[in-house]
Design a protein around this ligand. Structure first.
Ligand code: SAM
Ligand code: SF4
Length: 336
């Protein structure tokens, strides 16, 4: 165990500093996206989840150790009861530069303004298609209008950044790449295209067949735009491009298969049960719920556990589309 120095930072064995935490506040969701979870998903019993107070303690401990960006994610974060209290409490902590949210937008009409008032700086919103029938197919139960209305409500609140996240699957939505980029240009918001990651067993489609690479998307878009690599970063894995003549919208790529981003990894995740995951694609973890419940009110013990966890942060993921081995964790448990 390494002793906790007064100004400790989180630095792993490979010299990478952890400054960004993704905090999953629930594994539950009001949608069932086909790449994320099975139709009959078995959720974690509520009794096993961290309380909102425990989640705040985790956030505070990370901030004391130099973390300056926290993304609230899930599952769908906005279905967790009383979640606004957590946003408000985190939003007041000195040292937190960026408080961000990933959401499917179904409840943003109601929550966009309170989120802005609580100090949320940026919102990522999942949107894979602009066709209502396809939206229903890809989310199994969703109503496209609710999500589009939620996006408009967020745009009206003037966040620092709104970014659409699109998981591209061949033969499901790859023909909508241009339409989605134009939708974002019209609204002056950014978009990231994501390569599907092999998290959790998937009986819906063959991930190797549905793979659509970021390079292919760049090629598709170059038929219509000039793409210029951008130096912009939001401290995450996205590589951004500027579109010449459209300064109001950027196109980003999250490419776990084609452009491995592990070398510059600055992130860890905490699941809704309080399991600190040190890599998206590996099982190395630490049970923060156990640490907190064994040492109630002792924030030093929690911080010490976070510092110690740096010893087991792995070098990178080994995602392999053709492997029979997949992580058992679905993305809603992992916190995307
Ligand atoms: N419910 C919220 C949402 O959909 O934005 C937040 C949680 S969701 C798990 C976070 C992000 O993970 C979304 O952008 C979603 O598209 C992405 N995602 C889910 N499953 C994925 C997978 N297997 N591969 C890549 N991205 C995935
Ligand atoms: Fe829910 Fe987000 Fe997963 Fe879709 S991607 S099922 S919205 S958690």
């Amino acid at each position: 165990m390494s002793a906790l120095a007064p100004s400790s930072q989180l630095i792993d064995r490979f010299g990478r500093t952890v400054s960004y935490v993704r905090l999953s506040v629930t594994d539950r969701c009001d949608l069932r996206c086909v790449y994320c979870m099975p139709e009959k998903m078995k959720f974690v019993p509520r009794s096993q989840l961290l309380t909102l107070e425990e989640m705040e303690s985790v956030g505070r401990a990370f901030i004391k150790l130099g973390v300056d960006k926290i993304r609230i994610t899930g599952g769908e974060p906005l279905v967790r009861q009383n979640i606004m209290q957590l946003f408000r409490n985190l939003g007041e902590i000195d040292g937190l530069r960026d408080l961000t949210l990933t959401t499917n937008a179904t409840q943003l009409e109601k929550y966009a303004r309170p989120l802005k008032d609580a100090g949320v700086t940026r919102i990522n919103i999942s949107l894979d298609t602009l066709r209502a029938d396809r939206f229903k197919q890809m989310t199994r139960i969703g109503d496209l209008k609710k999500t589009l209305d939620g996006i408009d409500a967020a745009i009206a609140c003037d966040f620092q950044q709104i970014k659409i996240n699109t998981v591209v699957l061949r033969n499901y939505n790859h023909d909508e790449i241009l339409g989605l980029v134009n939708y974002c240009i019209e609204r002056s918001i950014d978009i990231s295209f994501i390569e599907e990651m092999p998290l959790g067993q998937n009986d819906h489609h063959d991930r190797a067949v549905a793979y659509y690479s970021s390079d292919q998307i760049v090629e598709d878009l170059e038929q219509h735009f000039e793409l210029v690599p951008s130096t912009m970063t939001t401290a995450g894995p996205t590589r951004y491009y500027q579109l010449t003549g459209h300064d109001n919208a950027r196109v980003g790529f999250i490419s776990p298969h084609s452009h491995n981003f592990c070398e510059s990894c600055n992130r860890v995740r905490v699941t809704a049960e309080g399991r600190l995951l040190l890599c998206l694609g590996q099982e190395h973890s630490m049970d923060l719920r156990r640490v907190m419940r064994a040492n109630p009110g002792n924030s030093d013990a929690l911080q010490q556990a976070l510092v110690d966890s740096m010893e087991i942060k792995p070098k990178g993921h080994n995602f392999n589309l053709n492997s029979q081995e997949v992580l058992l964790r679905h993305m809603n448990l992992t916190g995307g």
